[in-house]
Design a protein around this ligand. Structure first.
Ligand SMILES: Nc1nc2c(c(=O)[nH]1)N[C@H]1C(S)=C(S)[C@@H](COP(=O)(O)OP(=O)(O)OC[C@H]3O[C@@H](n4cnc5c(=O)[nH]c(N)nc54)[C@H](O)[C@@H]3O)O[C@H]1N2
Ligand SMILES: Nc1nc2c(c(=O)[nH]1)N[C@H]1C(S)=C(S)[C@@H](COP(=O)(O)OP(=O)(O)OC[C@H]3O[C@@H](n4cnc5c(=O)[nH]c(N)nc54)[C@H](O)[C@@H]3O)O[C@H]1N2
Ligand code: SF4
Ligand SMILES: [Mo]
Length: 692
């Protein structure tokens, strides 16, 4: 047996803002240990519990190691092994035939199973573009917030994480970093030790909210109103930085008029919090320029999510918090990295580009799309779907319809996976993909500002291949000759960044590969002197671009679709709001099949307020049925005031087949989309609960 060797330069591939650097210990060709790279500053010497166990996932006995084709009924999950050659021929045969008639009948479905730019969206996108297949709008997570930031700042830009520990006030807004962004939480605690006030704004007393100085438990989906109420107080009490507003913002008078509609008394009613809480929050926030807001995506999974993010994003431009490096807002830092997405994805390969582009399908409405018969407005019926880096049967909303779509006997489904997930069960062709320890990749981060390189630590497990190599195989067997489809992973990686960008000054590909990461060259306080990336170059309180689309040019509060305000009749039948945020030991639906992590989570739970439980004669520990018009699921109740009254919380995202009743929270969620960005509305969901 070879002596263990330690290899640097791996990157955690998961959809998490922290993008940690890892070191992998390898012995006899197996990864035996994965630890934090002690030298990478954002990683702070520690990985989370999930990824500390990465070797367990990589060498899991149930890893897919050979291509397989379906032998049972759709969804039954019965397969027989085949060779790669047979797999490629099967795929190429069906895809070629469909592409020759109706290329848009082929649909890709992918999200962030890996955040790597190479294994995420490079050869795969180029392949679908070359065919003229449908495009997928990747909106399942962050696009409402991204749109809110785009119309306000010009891109997904925000304050730098490393300066949060100098902040005097931190609002942790719609975010549970102890579970979902551990390294940010470490910084928030450093700030707390230095005397900062931490305030959680969250309808649920999350692990994080429990550890903050104050927890504001507003009604879900009312954050836009709270931000407008804060503005109202900031304006009334003149806690404004007039010079900053004058120099670096657009539309203050219009925003002021809007905020006047939201006096604290009205906001108190909308959010169901005390009026004094709103006034005190605004005073605390406006009392220092070292006021930081860590938003996260939890607050934008409702109808008004885009507007809520926009309203919150206006706050530091009103008080001038941007002047300090410890002030401002961070939702995503992803826009700082100079990624060349055109070079990566090559949209110009679409036949007829740019005057004609292929149809776009929103990934949140995949249930409806798969069940659509096809017409002039929709375009051709979907005949083939290729899933990679995602598990839609578990994670997409309105799951009953998603599963019904995947169950269509006439749908040709290819799934590239590590494991036989809920989605893999529906595959006609199930293809084994490599994990991050087995392939090459490059990364940016949405929670810090480093770019990073991941080198393969071990050879592919069994017959697994990288996503890129699988798509190259499809292309080869289809007789495609476009050279961009056959570029090596390293060439793709090297061309993924715009090297001449000032943020990469002094860095080149060779040095990046050697050191493993580079910190982007950015000013400490990025908007201290304005410099927003909007058309006006200012922070746009008023957005002409929104006005031109016939949308409200100013941020506003929009009640959730499913609420007493938005749909009184529905609320009478289904009086409880349900949210299903991430569980600490899972990452979306990844890791649910790692036994050690699943046993820590136990089983699907539903947190319910004592008053709501009592009126339904439900006791702690009882099994309950949660239902609405879309579906139902079962869970074990925890009666607790962590959930505010009228709210139930079921941490997610369980694999359906590993839950006792074979269902998960997405049985209940809807395909409705947010106000901006076409995001999912997972947390805009009314239900009723009963004993079973
Ligand atoms: N351990 C773990 N880490 C993860 C993930 C995971 O599944 N597990 N998922 C990753 C992914 S994909 C993402 S997008 C991020 C998500 O990162 P976050 O957005 O920080 O994650 P959540 O845990 O969804 O946090 C959301 C918090 O928002 C609250 N919330 C729900 N509705 C509302 C609302 O209307 N208003 C407000 N103010 N709060 C609300 C929830 O109660 C929850 O406590 O985390 C990433 N990190
Ligand atoms: N009810 C409810 N639903 C939600 C959410 C919620 O909070 N509540 N959160 C939503 C959010 S924020 C998100 S981001 C989505 C996440 O949805 P997805 O992006 O689908 O995330 P995962 O469930 O982690 O599934 C990723 C899959 O990709 C696979 N994978 C990983 N790396 C590779 C690779 O290199 N190659 C291939 N071929 N496969 C790979 C993993 O094995 C895993 O099965 O879910 C959404 N769904
Ligand atoms: S999931 Fe997040 S915290 Fe855990 S190792 Fe990966 S990047 Fe770090
Ligand atoms: Mo996400």
């Amino acid at each position: 047996m070879n002596a263990p060797t330690e290899l640097a330069r791996a990157v955690c591939p998961h959809d998490c803002p922290d993008t940690c650097a890892m070191r992998v210990t390898v012995a006899a060709g197996r990864a035996i240990k994965v630890v934090a790279d002690p030298e990478h500053p954002p990683t702070q010497g520690a990985l989370c519990a999930k990824v500390s166990r990465y070797a367990e996932r990589v060498h899991h006995p149930q890893r897919l190691t050979t291509p397989m084709k379906r032998i049972g009924r759709k969804g039954e999950g019965r397969f027989e092994p085949i060779s790669w050659d047979e797999a490629f021929q099967l795929a190429a045969g069906r895809l070629s035939e469909i592409a020759s008639r109706a290329p848009e009948a082929i649909v890709p479905y992918s999200y962030a199973g890996t955040m790597g730019l190479v294994q995420g969206d490079s050869i795969a996108q180029r392949f679908f573009h070359t065919l003229g297949a449908s495009q997928l709008d990747r909106t399942i997570c962050a696009s409402a917030g991204a749109a809110g930031l785009k119309y306000t700042y010009g891109a997904s830009l925000g304050m730098l994480t490393e300066f949060f520990d100098e902040s005097e006030v931190i609002l942790i807004w719609g975010s549970n970093p102890i579970a979902s962004s551990l390294h940010f939480w470490t910084r928030a605690q450093q700030a707390k030790r230095r005397g900062a006030q931490l305030i959680a704004i969250d309808p649920y007393r999350s692990l994080t909210a429990e550890k903050c100085h104050q927890h504001i438990a507003l009604k879900p989906g009312t954050d836009g109103a709270l931000a407008l109420g804060m503005m109202n107080v900031l304006i009334a009490e003149d806690l404004l930085d007039h010079a900053y507003i004058e120099a670096h913002t657009l539309g203050f008078d219009e925003l002021k008029a809007r905020a006047l509609n939201y006096p604290p008394s009205r906001v108190a009613e909308i959010c169901d919090v005390d009026e004094s809480v709103i006034v005190d929050l605004a005073r605390l926030y406006g009392g220092t320029k070292k006021a930081a807001i860590r938003m996260n995506y939890g607050l934008q999974r409702v109808r008004g999510g885009g507007n809520a993010v926009r309203a919150i994003a206006c706050l530091p431009s009103l008080t001038g918090a941007w002047r300090e490096r410890a002030g401002g807002v961070l939702l995503s830092s992803g826009g700082w990295a100079p990624v060349d997405s055109h070079a990566l994805q090559r949209p110009d390969l679409m036949p007829g580009w740019p005057s004609k582009v292929s149809r776009v399908i929103n990934m949140n409405t995949i249930g409806d799309a798969l069940l659509h018969k096809g017409d002039a407005a929709f375009g051709p019926k979907v005949e083939a779907i290729v899933v990679y880096n995602s598990n839609p049967v578990a994670v997409a909303p309105d799951s009953e319809r998603v599963a019904a779509g995947f169950a269509r006997e006439d749908l040709f489904t290819i799934v590239l996976e590590h494991f036989q997930t809920d989605t893999a069960d529906y595959a006609d062709l199930l293809l084994p993909a490599t994990t991050q320890l087995e392939h090459f990749d490059v990364h940016k981060s949405y929670g810090h500002t480093h770019v990073m390189v991941n080198l393969p630590a071990i050879a592919p497990v069994g017959g697994a291949l990288p996503n890129t190599e699988i798509f190259r195989g499809f292309a080869r067997h289809m007789g495609l000759s476009e050279p961009a489809l056959f570029e090596s992973d390293e060439t793709v990686a090297k061309n993924a960044f715009r090297w001449q960008d000032t943020t990469l000054e002094g860095v080149d590909w060779q040095t990046l590969k050697q050191t493993g990461w580079a910190r982007l060259n950015l000013p400490d306080a990025p908007f201290a002197d304005g410099g927003f990336r909007t058309p006006s170059g200012k922070c746009e309180f008023y957005s002409e671009r929104l006005a031109q689309q016939g949308l409200d040019p100013l941020p506003d509060y929009l009640p959730p679709y499913e609420s007493a305000d938005g749909a009184p009749e529905l609320a009478a039948r289904y009086p409880l709001a349900m949210i299903s945020p991430p569980a600490r030991n899972f990452l979306n639906s990844t890791f649910v099949n790692v036994e050690s992590l699943r046993s820590t989570e136990g089983e699907p739970h539903l947190d319910m307020h004592p008053a709501d439980a009592q009126s339904r004669e439900i006791v702690d520990g009882a099994r309950v049925r949660i239902f609405n018009d879309r579906g139902s699921m079962q869970a074990r109740v925890r009666v607790t005031d962590k959930a505010r009254k009228g709210l139930v919380v079921g941490l997610s995202i369980w694999w359906k087949k590993l839950a006792p009743d074979g269902r998960n929270a997405n049985q209940l969620t809807s395909q409705a989309l947010t106000d901006l960005g076409g995001s999912a509305t997972f947390y805009d969901c009314l239900v009723e609960v009963e004993r079973v």
